[in-house]
Design a protein around this ligand. Sequence first.
Ligand code: NAD
Length: 496
Amino acid sequence: MERISHFIAGKVVPGQSGRHGDVFNPATGERTHEVDFASNEEVDRAVDAARAAARPWAETSLAKRAEIMFRVRQILDAHRADIARAVTLQHGKVLSDAMGEVARGLENVDYACGIPNLLAGRYAERASTGVDVYSVRQPLGVVAGITPFNFPTMVPLWMCASAIACGNAFVLKPSEKDPLASMLIAELFAEAGVPDGVFNVVHGDKVAVDALLEHPDVQAVSFVGSTPIARYIYEEAAKRGKRVQALGGAKNHMVVLPDADVEMAADAAVSAAYGSAGERCMAVSVVVPVGRIAEPLVQAIAERLPKLRIGSGIDAESEMGPLVTGQHRDKVASYVDSARAQGAKVVVDGREHPLYGEDGFFLGASLIDNVTSEMDCYRDEIFGPVLSVVRTGTYDEAMALVNSSPWGNGAAIFTRDGGAARRFQEEVEAGMVGVNVPIPVPVGYFSFGGWKASLFGDTHIYGPESINFYTRAKVVTERWPDPATSTVDLGFPQNR
Ligand code: NAD
């Protein structure tokens, strides 16, 4: 049994707590690794290493930091296939999808390579007579990231690229379900010249997370995961005065207006609902056809499902892999039963796929029609290959449904009507909107984040908002007076 241990101060450090988790290959169901679970003391050790590294790293010139980020970019690029393979072996998503994840993660490193420009402040010469004002942004010190299982490479890169480029030292607590990829990334950052202690990884569960939340030297916490844990992280970090951004779960709607191209909308719905076996926070989990397009759309989606190639992610032919664990697969499948019991029409039941019940954690694609907003399959985030269809009569009805959701991560509209699309973009209560684009994950030089229960905190993640999140602002008001003009003046300073 291979063991995955912590990465502290540039070295792999075997865990001492005596606690560990099991990691599986979802395609075979085999237990392949044990991952060490950190104790409070082990988290302290990682934070100590980060604190010791933070000051010299913050004092490293922007030129040098940018040079190192360019090298990180080069080295990650050269190891794309290795990272993707680690993702596939522990998460289960197919290799092409894992390569896509690595590419989207690399965008964040691309962005961080521009750090000298991103950190450049503003300067106002002669704000008052003889007085100049300028602003700078300085790193926070030690910052932590806690990440979910579904993007074991991309989400850590959402955080660490900007956090480190800004001059902080970073402690990552990756998902215990697929921790291998984050170890690879930390080692590659070190190989690129990121000094020891600037990027540390501690593995574990709630114990490790709580230790990071409680540690007085951790200045900021970035979290991505389910909504209940996001809310917990936000409250725990905020009450200790830490900076926090906690991205939660989602239920993303795809509204299809009657004028949309049915075949294009069906292709988009199938790609966005079943890619990565539905284990994406931006997956489309609800299709909302308006009016007469419902019948042909449901039919066109159903026709595509038997053609999906489901199998081991390592197999180049596969388009959809297994789910991450057997337990998760069973929970996802249970929504098909509850939907049927609550009166929905199960058009396709993923359990009829021949791989369901085999050794791997496979489940075919399910399609459920005539879903209403009271049903469990609509109300819960299923996070698997189950697509619900809620039929509506009008645009207003569709919009009311989307906006009554407690979540507001992504939302998409499919239409040929520019005016309708513009109205949707204005009215929808979601942080990321797609117009004829089903998964509108912003590019790396914009920021990512939802509304409502999809994000707790004030700033979105990666891109421009991450630079603000990972730094503190300082404004300097400066005068170099000519001693000949100096006088005593007890009045309140005014601009002259
Ligand atoms: P999760 O909330 O179970 O776990 C996320 C992290 O929190 C993991 O590192 C885990 O170890 C830790 N954790 C779990 N239970 C904890 C507890 N009780 N106390 C403290 N820490 C705890 O999420 P997951 O199942 O790994 O990932 C899937 C979820 O993440 C989905 O809800 C998905 O929508 C969400 N997600 C959101 C985004 C986004 O950008 N909004 C992106 C990816 C995933």
